[in-house]
Design a protein around this ligand. Sequence first.
Ligand code: UTP
Length: 481
Amino acid sequence: MNSANDSFFDTPSAFQTAFKELNPSINDLLKCLNPDQQQHFWSSAQQVPLNEWKRLINTLSETAEELDGTHWVEPTSLHPDTLAAQGYDPQSTLQAGIGCFSKGTVAFLTVAGGLGSRLGFNGPKGLVPVTPLQHKPLYQVFSEKLQALQRRYQRPFHWFIMTSEETDAATQNAFAEQAWYDPHYIHFFKQGSIPAFLKDGQCALKEDGSICFLPNGHGGLFKALEHAGYIELFKSLGITSIYYFQVDNPLIHLDDPLFLGTHCLSQSSFSTKVVVKTDPQERVGLLVQDYGQLRLIEYNQFPEALSQEVTATGALRYRFGNTGIHLITTDFIQKCAQLALPYHVCRKKIPVWDPQSQTTYTTEGYKLEQFIFDVLPVATRPLLWEVDRKDEFSPVKNAVGKDTLETCQRDQINRWHRWLQAVGEPLELSASDSEPSTNLPTPLMEIGALFADNQVDFIQAWKRLNPKPKTLQGLYLHDAS
Ligand code: UTP
């Protein structure tokens, strides 16, 4: 029987023998470790069953599947403006969505276990001060959106947040300190983690000799929910759909009864919001129909020629880009928790301890991840819901280049400016406005979700606002109540 206390030298366990067969070069690594470190190594190795080690090691040695995609078909999407033409009665669809919100059959779920390594923020990404004026953290932005929803539908909503070993404590501490959301309706749960590897395929180590474990990707959601007992909780709370979103997008439109109504009436088990790809080179996962099954293909696997193809109208043939915003039925989540999703090899900067030099340093290694969208092929009547990127999607991913904090703040301000234009407000800075000190659009301003979180609500709230602000530069509208 395996035991975490087996000594490598004295009594190699069946686990150790089998592990060495699977990974013969491990002996070289073990030689560099002292007995204590070896013990830590084996204790950590045995946290992963052998068959899972096999899957991980096989994934690392496989070359990425070459997709030719010649049989793919572009999927169709639904759009709020063309719903009637696509066979839905917009009014009853809207009412169906309002009904789900009012009955509380929908709950919200944020995946926030990622390392945020590209952004390089010191702490969980949900704590990034994301708004342009008040510098509210992402979690506060989401909390206010959910409070606005609670106000509208006169009921609280459950909010599930998936953290990881890396993000859990700081996230929970921040919620406890800041009291952003009613603790009775917030449910944290940790995703699983799996070994990280170095470029030579060897396990990445920590200083005590144990293996470095990292979060297992957003696809780890299903098993993590099951493990936390939350699939049962969904049932007991009468929650039938989960509104899933990523932690990095403050433009997320949560109060969307039309999307929810369409998801319910179409009896889709997985409905996903998509945005139209801006140009063939954009690095975004694309949706395709593959022998009748919906699949998401990562940009680095998408055949170059197909990514350039255009239709008779000049639009990109494969243009529906992933936003990471989904409605998923809880029945389907239960089914997905039984699947062994594939692993994808992701290159990430990871801190590792080098047994030769006895130092810890950061290097590019391999993190294996499961992806939530790998369940799409087994979804029932999956549905694509096309949204306008400038209104709903501007994630904070990178420190520089595309999808940075600055581009996200610019997109937030531009959205508020469009709302002001809709009520006829001129946006020019007046002579008395102080010089803007950032690259952000002017007037630099901010509107909180409790004031308004979409243009229609903004117009109403603005009409009621008395007196109207004299200047827009530095304007902060927080609460319309
Ligand atoms: P990303 O891949 O964009 O975020 O994940 P990341 O992994 O945090 O960032 P990089 O790649 O290291 O820079 C999209 C969403 O999925 C969550 C992230 O927190 C984010 O909300 N995620 C990602 C998890 O919850 N767990 C993971 O293991 C990976």
